[in-house]
Design a protein around this ligand. Structure first.
Ligand code: GDP
Ligand code: MG
Length: 227
């Protein structure tokens, strides 16, 4: 359950989150270069993470689609920032996966440049969901993006993926470890969400977190307001 404190009351955004993601989702823009970003049309929420972390699978699970974001077994295939309109309410931005060694260095530098440019300068960007594979935790390849997020004004929230691969005890240990690692960073949202796209675990919680964020920004459409 994701809640927002409003005086004495806690609002439950679970149903709001479900409604938000049950409507149309449409791809509308791909940006491969810094000067190729779309004209602003409202709040953007970006998904970032290492190649193969399960980002496309998570976006598909969130939106109840099978092929919205392309999932593949070939790491490093998504090379642009892909923008999706969610119910006319906000945009999801699927960022290129980083940390994939088998592509050329020039290409890696170009992607890194684009990612960092977007994270640092985009006014519409309300939050970055930073995906971390629950099996591995935070790795050295995650450090550059953590540094950038720490320096930019945008808040980020860690989402652990593939939780189905861990036992209950391993999950608890991993969450505690990642919490400890980000605790000192003011830009980090303290709540870590454990997810499995495969088992549909944590998906409602993530949707609720998005609804709560939109609500904070006065951008939650009336049709998705909590009852
Ligand atoms: N066990 C498990 N595997 C997953 C899950 N989500 C994705 N995967 C697998 O991880 C690989 C990469 O997934 P993909 O969504 O394409 O990752 P991306 O490169 O970050 O977009 C694929 O083989 C998926 O089947 C999950 O929730 N659990
Ligand atoms: Mg992908």
């Amino acid at each position: 359950m994701s809640t927002t404190a409003t005086g004495d009351n806690e609002i439950d955004f679970t149903e709001s989150g479900r409604k938000l993601f049950a409507r149309e989702c449409d791809f509308y823009w791909a940006a491969a270069k810094k000067d190729g970003l779309p004209p602003p049309r409202g709040i953007e929420i970006a998904f970032a993470g290492r190649s193969n972390v399960g980002k496309s699978s998570l976006i598909n699970a969130l939106t109840n689609r099978t092929g919205l974001a392309r999932t593949s077994n070939t790491p490093g295939r998504t090379q642009e920032l892909n923008f999706f309109d969610i119910a006319g309410a906000f945009s999801i931005v699927d960022m290129p996966g980083y940390g994939f060694a088998a592509v050329g260095k020039d290409k890696v530098n170009a992607w890194t440049g684009l990612i960092h440019h977007y994270l640092k300068g985009r006014v519409e960007l309300a939050r970055v969901f930073l995906l971390i594979d629950a099996r591995h935790g935070i790795k050295d390849t995650d450090k550059p993006i953590l540094d950038t997020l720490g320096k930019s004004a945008v808040a980020y929230q860690v989402i652990l993926t593939k939780s189905d691969e861990l036992t209950g005890a391993e999950r608890i240990k991993r969450v505690a470890e990642v919490e400890a690692a980000i605790r000192k960073n003011a830009a980090a949202h303290p709540e870590i969400i454990l997810t499995s796209s495969r088992k549909n675990d944590g998906i409602d919680r993530l949707r609720a977190s998005v609804a709560s964020l939109l609500n904070d920004r006065q951008a939650l459409p009336e049709w998705a307001w909590p009852e």
